[in-house]
Design a protein around this ligand. Structure first.
Ligand SMILES: Nc1ncnc2c1ncn2[C@@H]1O[C@H](COP(=O)(O)OP(=O)(O)OP(=O)(O)O)[C@@H](O)[C@H]1O
Length: 686
């Protein structure tokens, strides 16, 4: 066996580092060569421009572009090698193909490195077909799939390394699973400002999700902290590698819940050597689809209104619009207006009559075309037939008048009016109510878009080749119906039914799968984020028999009864002071509502002016002391979390239960919960 002992491994690491350094030097030389070349060619072009014909100029220009591109590619390679130099690889396995006894070591890293001199891959990209063996198998028989078929063999040795800044911190023989010491060590670290890549410790079931190539829609239901978001981003990195000829980063779209979350995850793909992925919020998408013409409440405002005002009718409106039955009703209404709202009349074009029957027949003929596009189709038919049968050519003015007349035969063609009419048709006009400043309520936004799309045709997101939807539980059937039409591409949809900020309109993986009949649903039940104690504590709030807590131990969550509000504030201040002395990087103070968060932030601001309040407008995530509402904390994690106001009065409804669960599961290492009067029943496991 090669590099058997730890000393040999260290020597090997030095040798690899040397090679990487040499490669870097070579690139530097080449790049300065390209730059010189480029400058010379540019000078040449400039000095001889007047003597050149356009063919010559084009040739020089083209060669300048090629040189620049080669230079860029070299710089890209340089960046990768620099990254590898810090940590060339994290794993190794010795694989004997067909078990013929001859085993060769495969070192796995964030990128591949091909050694020209040896004509061999010194480091394999973690996404390469062979690298899956590292995640999928222990010592013994193993196989992997390649585009050319299955390769069988035996793994004779498996090792993991922690190499930082070019130094090997430790090396572990792992005859067992990867769920071992390295994962424990990784998880007990203090957080960073941004989500990190986890390629060294991807678990087997996570690997299966990342490398899934076949699902059209892959729905990932995972408990809090099970790695859904991390895995989805690694899946994107995998797809970009596996299908690099067909998909590039700009062909992918992430639908993200807010800018803070988008910023929090923004690091993962660049860390893995991929470009940043375009990202869009649901509200931005909605505004775009409604051509920016409609004012509407945001999801954040909807949730705030739900929590801050006890308005039964508002809840009912939301609930009503969050079912499959509602989408069905919208479709029934569309059929109803199609059958009943078109009232054709005879038209005269100069002295040529166009009979009612003709118009009716041609309107029906175009039934495959969106309703509002049919008017022009009918006019085109009239124009063609007048020419053919009556030898009459209509003028531009007549065409415009015809269009207007045919459109007017439809009883309502204004989207707002139609949407209102829909509720009248339902005999439930009370279900439509405008929010403040005559904006639509959030629950009306996607039904409106649904109608608009059906009436006018779908928008243009056909360029997107893969869509990633996070926090899937927060979207309703009508939103999924819109997404399904808008994005016919493959999708990864992920979330957790237990983590809804608005249980009146949440969707489970089973419900979402109904919109996408061919979808595969995969589950992640192991929680990695929180200590065993925190995960078990959260289990009492929303029990889930499938949830498995990671055996990483820490302090028991503290539930503290404070004498009064002042006492509660004092306690929070003490926690902040202790946090500042600790090795931890982030402390989240998570309140039920935005109002409560703003109040606590205000109260803390004198003593801790650096505490940050997250609002709907926030665009960045950083470490330190963060005060926020549960809604804003979604998807994020903190070394320590304080949940103030855990009183029975504050947390009591089923929606509150979900919010309380989300708040507690943001904590990685330490959780404190405070209350003043009577503690919430959720703390008694009720
Ligand atoms: N295989 C793994 N190795 C190391 N860390 C992991 C692994 N899987 C998950 N984690 C860590 O667990 C934490 C939670 O991951 P992530 O935020 O992706 O989970 P999630 O399921 O999206 O969480 P939530 O739904 O609660 O927001 C992160 O710190 C992530 O790095």
């Amino acid at each position: 066996m090669i590099h058997k002992t730890e000393a040999e491994e260290r020597e090997y690491l030095n040798a690899v580092t040397q090679k990487l350094n040499n490669a870097l030097e070579e690139i530097d030389n080449k790049v300065s060569g390209y730059t010189k070349d480029l400058q010379e060619q540019k000078n040449y072009l400039y000095e001889n421009k007047s003597d050149m014909d356009h063919v010559e100029k084009n040739a020089v220009r083209q060669s300048v572009t090629t040189a620049a591109l080669t230079g860029e590619a070299a710089l890209e390679r340089k960046k990768r090698i620099q990254k590898l130099l810090k940590s060339p690889y994290f794993g190794r396995f010795d694989f004997s193909e067909n078990g013929n006894g001859q085993a060769f070591p495969v070192y796995v890293g964030v990128h591949a490195y091909f050694d020209e001199a040896e004509k061999a891959n010194l480091i394999h990209d973690w996404r390469a077909p062979i690298s899956t063996l590292f995640y999928d198998f222990e010592n013994g028989p193993a196989y992997y799939e390649t585009p050319d078929g299955r390769v069988d063999g035996i793994i004779l040795l498996k090792r993991q390394y922690r190499i930082r800044n070019g130094k090997m911190e430790y090396m572990l023989e792992s005859s067992l699973n990867i769920h071992d010491d390295i994962l424990q060590k990784e998880l007990s670290k203090a957080s960073d400002d941004k989500m990190n890549h986890i390629v060294a410790t991807i678990q087997r079931n996570q690997n299966a999700i990342i490398r899934n190539e076949t699902s059209r829609e892959l729905i990932i239901q995972g408990v809090a902290g099970s790695g859904k978001t991390s895995i989805a981003l690694h899946r994107i990195a995998f797809l970009l590698y596996r299908f690099r000829e067909d998909i590039s980063s700009e062909d992918i779209l992430i639908l993200s819940p807010n800018k803070v979350f988008a910023d929090y995850i923004s690091n993962v793909l660049p860390e893995l050597g991929e470009e940043k992925i375009p990202e869009l919020g649901m509200e931005e998408l909605a505004a775009n689809l409604l051509d920016g013409k409609y004012r509407f409440q945001t999801f954040f405002q909807q949730v705030s209104a739900l929590l801050e005002k006890n308005n039964e009718a508002f809840r009912e409106r939301i609930q009503f619009k969050s079912t499959f039955g509602f989408v069905k009703k919208l479709n029934e209404y569309l059929a109803h207006i199609e059958n009943n709202y078109f009232e054709p009349e005879m038209l005269m074009v100069k002295r040529n009559p166009v009979p009612v029957d003709y118009i009716e027949e041609h309107f029906r003929k175009w039934h495959r075309v969106p309703l509002f596009s049919r008017f022009n189709k009918v006019v085109e038919d009239i124009e063609r037939d007048l020419l053919f049968y009556n030898n009459y050519e209509i003028s531009g003015k007549e065409r415009n008048e015809l269009r207007k007349s045919v459109k007017n035969m439809f009883r309502i063609t204004n989207l707002r009016a139609l949407y209102k009419d829909f509720y009248e048709w339902l005999e439930m006009p009370e279900m439509l109510k405008m929010a403040a400043k005559s904006a639509y309520e959030y629950s009306d936004v996607f039904p409106l878009i649904f109608l608009k799309m059906k009436l006018e045709g779908a928008g243009s997101f056909s360029k997107v080749k893969h869509l990633l939807v996070d926090e899937m539980q927060d979207y309703t059937p009508v939103q999924y119906a819109v997404l399904a039409r808008l994005f016919p591409c493959k999708k990864t949809i992920l979330g957790d039914a237990s983590q809804s900020v608005n249980t009146y309109s949440s969707s489970s993986s089973e419900e979402i799968a109904k919109v996408f009949p061919g979808a595969d649903v995969m589950k992640l039940n192991k929680s990695y984020r929180s200590t065993y104690e925190i995960a078990s504590f959260a289990q009492k709030i929303i029990p889930n028999t499938e949830m498995e807590a990671m055996e990483r131990h820490g302090e028991e969550p503290a539930v503290i009864h404070c004498k009064n509000r002042a006492g509660e504030l004092k306690l929070i201040q003490e926690r902040i002071a202790a946090f500042k002395e600790s090795e931890h990087h982030s402390l989240g103070i998570i309140c039920k509502t935005q109002k409560q968060a703003a109040q606590i932030h205000n109260e803390l601001s004198e003593e801790f002016p650096d505490a940050i309040l997250l609002t709907e407008e926030s665009a960045a995530f950083s470490g330190g002391v963060i005060v926020c509402s549960v809604h804003m904390s979604k998807g994020l994690e903190f070394d320590e979390v304080v949940v103030p106001g855990a009183d029975a009065k504050n947390y009591h409804s089923s929606n509150d239960r979900s919010l309380f669960y989300i708040a507690c599961t943001r904590a990685m290492h330490k959780l404190s919960i405070t209350f003043v009067e009577e503690k919430s029943l959720f703390l008694n496991g009720e």
